[in-house]
Design a protein around this ligand. Structure first.
Ligand SMILES: [Cu+2]
Length: 139
């Protein structure tokens, strides 16, 4: 019984040391670690995004991993726009941003946009009730 209790206390001490060690490492690394941590949960400023609409009733904004964009860090992004239908357009709006392709054209465009904290929305204007999406930008 006594031996088990000692083993338990030693075990706790090892855990405590490990936790203290991790905390110390983070503090030594400073700001660079903070930046890396942020990019794990949100797409980083400077990234290229892909906006796509058509040829059917599909509209999307995706990141480099091909997944829908739901959260971005504030900053400047390059958006490769692929408007694949002359009956749809891709219209992106939010604070400081109002970019759109033409409804009657099949076209590709490249936009440089700067996002600020808040909600941004994209729609196909002729079908805005069904062809739409949004994402959050964090400051
Ligand atoms: Cu449409």
């Amino acid at each position: 019984m006594t031996r088990m209790r000692i083993a338990f206390v030693v075990g706790l001490a090892v855990v405590a040391l490990a936790v203290a060690g991790c905390g110390g490492d983070d503090e030594e690394a400073g700001g660079t670690t903070d930046t890396e941590t942020t990019t794990e949960t949100t797409t980083a400023s400077g990234s290229t995004l892909t906006a796509s609409v058509g040829p059917g009733f599909e509209i999307s904004l995706t990141g480099a991993d091909g997944a829908d964009v739901t959260s971005l860090s504030a900053g400047t992004y390059t958006i490769d726009v692929d408007d694949q239908s002359d009956m749809h357009n891709f219209h992106l709006t939010g604070t400081g941003v109002d970019e759109s392709t033409e409804v009657g054209e099949v076209e590709t465009e490249t936009w440089e946009v700067t996002f600020e904290a808040g909600t941004y929305e994209f729609v196909c204007d002729p079908h805005a009730s069904q062809m739409k999406g949004s994402f959050e930008v964090t400051g």
